[in-house]
Structure formats: C-alpha cells, structure tokens
Design a protein around this ligand. Sequence first.
Ligand SMILES: [Zn+2]
Length: 485
Amino acid sequence: MRLLDCLSKHALFPLNERREGTRILPSLHSLEATQWMPHQQFEDLRFRKLRAILEHAFENTAFYRRRFGEAGITPKDIRDFDDLRLLAPLTKDDLVRHQNELIARNLRPSERHSSTTGGSSGTHTPFYRDNACLNVKMAVEYRCNQWCGWDVGRKVAVLWPAVQDLFDDESWKQKLRYRLVNRRLLLYTGELNEAVMSQLAKRLDRFGPRLIRAFPYALAVLAKYIRDATPYRIRPAGILATGEPLLANHRALFEEVFDCPVFNCYSSRECGHIACECESHDGLHINAECLHVEFQMSNKPVKAGEPGHLLLTDLENYGMPFIRYEIGDMGVPLAGQCGCGRTLPRMGMNAGRDTDFLYSPHNDSLISGTICHDFIADGPDVGQLQIIQDSRDHLTIRIKKGRRDAADDIKKEYLKSVIDQVFHGKMRVTFEAVDTISRAKSGKFRVCINQWLKTSDSQTPTWEPDTGPVLEGTMPENNAVPGRA
Ligand SMILES: [Zn+2]
C-alpha cells in the first residue's frame, strides 16, 4: 500500500466522515464482522431487523398500515421469515400510485434523499431513502469491493454508461474529494469510438486503479481495444461487473486483458448492492444483513437450485420502506455454505429482467437470453445484436451494420442455426440490420427483449423448470442447454 493509500484510509477518509457527518466506516466495520457470524446468530440479527422495519412501516406509513389491515395482521403476527408471505408484494405500480403514502411521516424532509428507479421498463419512478440508509448502502458497496481486492483508501475506476449518474459540473472541492478521499475516477462509456477509447485507456493507465467497476458490455469493447491497439498495461486487483449480465466470454476477455479475477455483482438503484461474488466465485453472496431476498414462482417459494422471481425487503430504508418489492428480476437460491466460510447466503443470478427470457414454443420453457448469447459467442463474430421476441414463435434479431457486409450471410446462417438448436426448430427468425442499438435510459444494454410475454394475447407459460434448459447451471457461464453439440 502506498503512502497516499494509507493517508487516505487512516486520516483523510475518517476526517471527511467527521466533517460530512457520515458513518460509513462504522457500518463497514460492522459488516466486516457479521459476514462471519455463526448462522443462528446471523438469522436472529436479520429477524430483529425485519421486525423493526415492519413495525416502523406499520406505525409511520399509511400504505403499510392499510396493507397489514388487508391481511388482517399486525407486525407482531410475523413470527418468522415465512410469515412475511402474509403481506402482498409491493409492485412498481404501487410505487407510482402510492408514493406519498409510502414515505415515512416521522422523518423530516431534510433527512430524506430522493432517487429514481432504473427505468428499464421505460419509466423512472422517484423513491426515497434516509441518511442512515445511505451510509449502510455505501458500506455494503465497500464490502463487495473488498471481496474484489480493494480497500478503503485505494483507487477505484468506475466505467459507467448511464449519463444520469455522472456529474460533469463538479466543483473543485468535489474533484479534490474524489481524488484524495474517495479516490474514484468516473469515466463515461455510453458512447464508444476509437478517439474516446484512446482517451479512456490513457486515463485508466495513468490512474492505476486497484478496482475497475463497470457495465460489462462497454468494458468488453474497451478491453478489446486495449488488447489489440494500445501499449497500456492496466493491472487492477479485480474487476467488478454490474448492471448487465456477465457473459462467460466477457469474463474470459477481462481476465486475459487485465490479468485479474472478475466478480459478478447484482445491484439495483432501489436497494443498492444486492449480491456479489467472493473470491470463491461460487454464486453471489447476498448482503443479507441489509436485505431479505425471497425467490418465488407462481406465488410459492422455490427450492434451492430452482429459479424464482425476486422479492426484496430492504432492512435499512426507513425513509420509504420496501417490503416484498417485486423488482422484476429472477435468480436462484443456492444451498450450502460457500468455500470462503462466510455466513452470507448465496444466489445464482442470470440475465436479469423477466423480459430478458425468451419463451420457447417447443416445450413452454423460458430461455435465458444469456444462453443464446453464449451460444452465439462460440461462433463467428457477429458484432452487437439484440434479440426481440414479438410473437409466440417469432424473433426479430437486430444486427448492428458492420463494415464487412459480405460476411452477413454467414452470420445470419450461423444465428439461424443457433436459434434452431435452442428452440428445436420451432422459432421463426427475421433479421434487421440497424445503424445503432440503443440502450435503455438507465444505460443498461438489453440483450433480449420479450415484447410478446407482456402483450395481452400471450399467456404466461406454465413453466416447469426441470423441463427446460433455463438456469440449469446457476451462473450464466455454467448454463448448459440440452442438445448442445
Ligand atoms: Zn464466498
């Protein structure tokens, strides 16, 4: 550790905490301890926190007072985590329609911070968090960074495609704080071309980050540029990939170019860092002291190893409680303890949004978009593409126009063969050559969009997880599709 790293960790960061009135370090020290806690002690701690947030929501929000009333219960009737299912989930629609009723009335407006949901469904919904919650969320982020080889005081480069999260109009004080205290370099990767990538590579090389935190699709483009065209030697201790599915070929590319391990991290704007890989790379550890995660299918909890829709209960946000929040993502609960020895439960995380799964007319299964992409990555380089399911048995594949149009037929033939293999010849395909494939407003690149499952003429398939190939492994890179050559 260099002198400035030590100075930042032991002097500048604590001093800044005192000046700003934040309590990130005490929260981090607590999290550093609880991750190793004996299982029963850990569950007792979690349940005490659950009861506290339920009682707070019941006493201080009109929305949850009504929700408990509709269920005919009070928080005292929630005697274990299973009892939580007596309460109806909180939907995105609830956030829009009952926003004021969800804000805790015992917190002064000055103690609340507003943000907006990610907006992958096309809308950005405001929500609130309290000061103490923000401290803990930052500490959770720091703990995940520590798993990747970083520590307080060390440099982190953040490569971000979502322009709304970056601030171009920082004051000199903020810039100085980022340089000396947070030691963070923010780089915008929403638009990449050769000139931009040359600049990004130079800045990364000069900065020498201990950790690179990035959306993987943008980092993949930059990593190829660094590998092929520049003399730079950027050697962080780890890469933390978040915001988009982490594909196996991207992980391999980052390991090759940056010569360091890659960590998959699942986070959301609403609840912060939800789960992250540790050094064992065997599933993602849920930050369960701060968040209770339920996995369910057809309103029933799923067994370990089976995929389910995620419901999140934030154990920290007293400003606007999120209890059984339907975030719209899917994951797999994993059984057993991780080889690292941490008590934190684990989950497998795949392509993300529900609509990122494609419906197969062959056997009513849902196919992870990541599987299609991993298949595609095994063949010729087809460039950027997006798969859209627009009817029960039809996909439109948008392909970004390339310079070597003569190869287009080969690409299409290959893609068609992949689709035939995955969907057992029951899916029709139309190709569409486009100049650009736009990202969602949040900056997320959507691998697959399932328009059809959201339309009124579709029926949600009766999905038996053991009949289809979806999430057979628990991580994107472990997925195996039956029949794969
Ligand atoms: Zn672990």
